[in-house]
Ligand binder design. Sequence first.
Ligand SMILES: [Zn+2]
Length: 227
Amino acid sequence: MTPLAPAAAPTQITELVHQAHRLASLGLSPGTSGNISVRVGSSLYLSATGSSMSTITEDDLAELSLDGEHLSGPRPTKEAPLHLAFYRKDPHTQAVVHLHSAHAVAASCLPPYSERSALPPITPYFVMRVGQTPLIPYAPPGSDEHAAQLDKRTFMFRAALLQNHGSIVAGHTIPQAAEAAIELETAAEVLLHLGAQNFTPLTDAQAHELAEHYRSCWDVEGSSAHQ
Ligand SMILES: [Zn+2]
């Protein structure tokens, strides 16, 4: 008789681990920085404190309730409140990626383009895959202040830059969150290449039209793009 195969990890957990390794292999999570989470039903699975994105396994995931209660597994990253804020903001959020990738960190040290986005609408792909990305003022890592700042921004967004710290991106799927994190890093890199030169971003109206079409988020005064 053929022995039973070991119980397979839920597909989303397997995908989460795969995307964590992929982001690490791209050099986007230096050291043990960065963390990643996925919602499965009414639970959140989140990187454990001290875990590395490059070597994470399903055993390195903490299970939390959507209220942040620790249900099982190792202790979660101290940056859990950041993740929870994105799940609160949009019930369609299935995954959140937080990185200390170099270009996003550098861009987070610059003055923001606007109240609603740290980066200008620099390419169509940034608008389509990431959308407006507010700059959240500096707070110590792990403090509740970041989550409070995210909660008080009532306009729609699926990504933010944390000042002097890094990026955080939500997605309706795990691959979508990972792709958006990569696109945000790329947009930050392009911006830094441009430096102090005069350059022409898309207009807010052009960005808004793209966001409407691709169901991203880019507001112009007096209107909101689709969520
Ligand atoms: Zn961080």
